[in-house]
Structures are given as C-alpha cells and as structure tokens.
Design a protein around this ligand. Structure first.
Ligand SMILES: [Zn+2]
Length: 232
C-alpha cells in the first residue's frame, strides 16, 4: 500500500489530499489503469483502511520491485505529490554539476522564489562522509539539500553524527542540554515512513505530513535546534 501514486497521464497524487467523500466516489468511478503504483507502474486500486485512511494498493499482492527501489520511488511520489498540492512544480532525477565540475543527480528538485531546493531520499545507510560530500556538492552549486532517510538509516547515521558533534563541538563532554537527535547543523536529515500514513519523522516523537515539512523548509520553520532538525 502507498499513499501516493501516479495518474495515467503522469501526475503525482496524494490520496490524503483528497476529501473522503470525493475519495469514496472516485473508488466507484475509477477505471483500472487510471492510477499507477509508484513502485512498478502497475495499475493501482483505490482502497480505504480500517482507520479511514485512503491508500493505493496493487491489484494482486505481487510487486516485483526490490524494497530499496520501492521505498525510493514511494518517497519521490510522496514529495512530488506534496509539491503539486502546494502548487509547486517538482522534477525528479535532475542532473547538475558544481562549479568545480562535481556531478550530482537530484532525486527531487524544485525552485521557489529564487531558491533551488533538492530533496534527497536515502533508504540504505551510506557513510557519513558520503552524506557530507553530497551535501557539499549541492552547497557549492548554490542548491539547498534536505534529506529524507529510512528510520533505520537515521539511527545508524545518528550514531556517527553524535560522535562527531560531541568531539568537534563539545570536547567530548556531554552538554547539560543534551544533543537532541545528534544531527549536525550542516546536514538536515529527517525520516520518512512510506508505509501507512506518509509522515516525516524528526525524532523525539515529532512528526509532520510531507506538505507541512516542505512548507517549513520554505518559511524557515524547519530549523536546527540543539542537535535536532525539526519544525518550530
Ligand atoms: Zn509495485
């Protein structure tokens, strides 16, 4: 199941953005093939969970797409659908290069009032130095980059960033105010849950829907405070 899917003509849709009465009637009239699963482009069936949550599902339970790819595609669809609901045009897999010639390819890229913003989706763990290197390429290209990772990846990354921060910023003495989730000011990372209700998780039990998180990036509410990146 997934909350975001594609229409037949390639537009991203967030099921949660559709009022429930409208969703119920859409379930009646939608033809097979009107909506496609983000993971494998198979026809999506419109469903409502026991908790009243609208979602898209495969016609049969079969999906041949590997979990890695599945999470990545579901995440991209979630971000693109959220941008669409905000009236912002996002593009995926956008190539670019820094002034020094370092290449990058953005998972999702969009521009708003003179700012170029990239959302990178990282399911599996990569070394902290790879996060840093990729972040620096965007910074050198005058692009803001924000990361969404799988919860397990966040926890593993947090161990590396906490160690670095304690050593670099606190001389290895744990500060009285704590270090929040242990993230670095120069690396904005949050978690994305693509199963069930699509929520951005910031750690310490704080969550937001994807459009709220994106709005926070745009209006500056998504900030680094005492070891954590979250909305104010
Ligand atoms: Zn699939």
């Amino acid at each position: 199941m997934t909350q975001s899917a594609w229409t037949r003509d390639g537009r991203p849709v967030d099921a949660a953005a559709i009022p429930s009465a409208e969703w119920e009637s859409l379930k009646q009239v939608a033809q097979l093939g009107d909506f496609m699963m983000p993971c494998c482009k198979a026809p999506a069936v419109l469903k409502t969970s026991i908790n009243g949550l609208p979602f898209f599902a495969h016609l049969s339970d079969e999906c041949g797409t590997a979990p890695e790819t599945k999470w990545h595609k579901a995440g991209k669809a979630a971000v693109l659908a959220a941008l669409t609901s905000m009236g912002i045009q996002g593009c995926d897999e956008v190539p670019g290069r820094s002034p020094r010639g370092d290449k990058w390819e953005a998972d999702v890229l969009f521009s708003v009032s003179g700012r170029t913003i990239v959302i990178e989706l990282q399911r599996s763990y990569q070394h902290l130095r790879d996060f840093t290197r990729r972040q620096e390429r965007y910074t050198a290209s005058a692009v803001e980059c924000y990361w969404l990772v799988r919860p397990q990846t966040f926890i593993t990354l947090g161990k590396a960033t906490s160690r670095l921060m304690l050593k670099r910023d606190f001389g290895n003495v744990f500060p009285p105010g704590g270090i929040g989730t242990g993230m670095l000011p120069e690396l904005p990372v949050a978690m994305l849950d693509t199963e069930g209700e699509q929520l951005v998780q910031f750690g310490e039990f704080k969550t937001a829907k994807v459009p709220i998180w994106l709005a926070g990036i745009l209006d500056g509410a998504y900030q680094y405070r005492r070891g954590s990146w979250n909305l104010g």
